[in-house]
Write a protein that binds this ligand. Structure first.
Ligand code: MN3
Length: 228
């Protein structure tokens, strides 16, 4: 029997053929035009960050998945396990960036507009940090001081039902720290995220980024996480 997955055709009778053609990860289009986050992030910066860096994670992940499928099909478990670190790094890189782009919105589309008083998100932030401004200061100070490359996160702890601030290194995700963490908001603090626009001024980049945070999206993620 012949099945079609995307443009590929394979025969389900042959597990070998199927294993060697794992579904490919796609670089999703941005939810806005590439220059729409200006003046906070330039189109030029986005062409590199989204168009080159994110695309490279996607390409690497697809190549590694293909190699892993081939190793499995050949029964080469050694090779398969050796590929795991690369899959974790590039897979995290892909998922973190996809999540990051969807955390942002152009100013003209509501980027930076704070959640209303009385909204759950606002109440939880106020309870934890005193005010949204104090949360932003806390987030900026701690994220700016992260050594090397990584990410700053606002997460919802499904166990305690409270919000927490966390950092991850390289391309690690909040779920690597705790299975109860549902990510709500992130800012990429790799140098490639800001260097073309802000050079060495990491704290200025962080301060500016709040103008393009999509709080509506953050709020929706919180409501979703509370149901899980
Ligand atoms: Mn990045």
């Amino acid at each position: 029997m012949i099945h079609k997955i995307g443009k590929r055709t394979f025969n389900s009778q042959s597990s070998m053929t199927q294993a060697m053609n794992p579904p490919r990860v796609e670089l999703k289009p941005l939810p806005y035009e590439i220059g729409d986050l200006e003046p906070v992030i330039s189109g030029h910066q986005m062409e590199f960050h989204y168009g080159k860096h994110h695309r490279t994670y996607v390409n690497n992940l697809n190549n590694l998945q293909e190699q892993a499928a081939q190793a499995l099909a050949k029964g080469d478990i050694n090779k398969y396990v050796m590929l795991a670190n690369g899959i974790k790094f590039n897979g995290g890189g892909h998922l973190n960036h996809e999540f990051f782009w969807e955390t942002l919105a152009p100013i003209k589309s509501g980027g930076g507009a704070l959640p209303d008083q009385g909204q759950d998100l606002r109440t939880l932030i106020d309870n934890e940090w005193g005010s949204i401004e104090k949360f932003q200061e806390y987030f900026n100070t701690h994220t700016a001081s992260l050594q090397g490359s990584g990410w700053g996160w606002l997460v919802y702890n499904k166990g305690s039902k409270l919000l927490e601030y966390r950092q991850t290194r390289n391309q690690d995700m909040p779920s690597d720290l705790n299975n109860d963490y549902a990510p709500l908001l992130t800012i990429d603090i790799w140098e490639h995220a800001y260097y073309l626009d802000y050079k060495n001024l990491r704290p200025t980049f962080l301060k500016e980024m709040w103008k393009v945070i999509d709080w509506q999206k953050v709020s929706e993620r919180l409501e979703q996480a509370k149901k899980e």
